[in-house]
Design a protein around this ligand. Sequence first.
Ligand code: COA
Length: 164
Amino acid sequence: MKRICIYPGSFDPITYGHMDIIARARGLFDELVVAIAHNIRKNSLFTISERIEMISELTGKFGNVTVDAFDGLLVDYVRKRNACCVVRGLRAFSDFEYEFQMALTNRKLNDSFETIFLMTHENYSFISSSLVKELIEFGGDISAFVPEPVEHRLKEKLYVHREQ
Ligand code: COA
């Protein structure tokens, strides 16, 4: 049976930190699905379709990575995709409590899959999508944190916002 793993997140936008997790996790499974969640607790900058487009462009070179979006609970999406695993990146110690709570809640709801954690590459352990958005807003150099097409899209968004 095909071993499918889900990598869920907001990816608003995708950073080199996420790309590092994708590149490593895809080697462990037959298929890795980057799944963009409609996060009701976050105000997003990019629409879901813009995020799908960006991630697809960046992961197109990987044969076994697909991109999708989901509404509702992650456990329901995992069941729908018939996945055996969920992967999350762990950056710093501060991520642990949140991830621990999420993984255990998910297991209580559905114990038919495992959640695994990959240590984020040390070069990216301090990055977050919000930080990148803040940096670009104030003219900071973000080229070390996001791939060029993402930087380009961020600049476009910023330009449109300023024009309004
Ligand atoms: N390198 C760099 N940064 C990383 C990273 C990595 N490897 N992994 C995560 N981040 C950053 C992200 O950029 C993001 O930054 P931001 O907060 O500034 O936007 C932050 O870490 C965490 O974001 P993300 O990994 O996208 O998770 P999230 O908290 O936005 O979403 C879901 C987590 C989608 C998995 C969770 O909300 C979910 O499952 N939602 C569905 C509803 C559900 O089932 N809820 C019940 C859960 S128990």
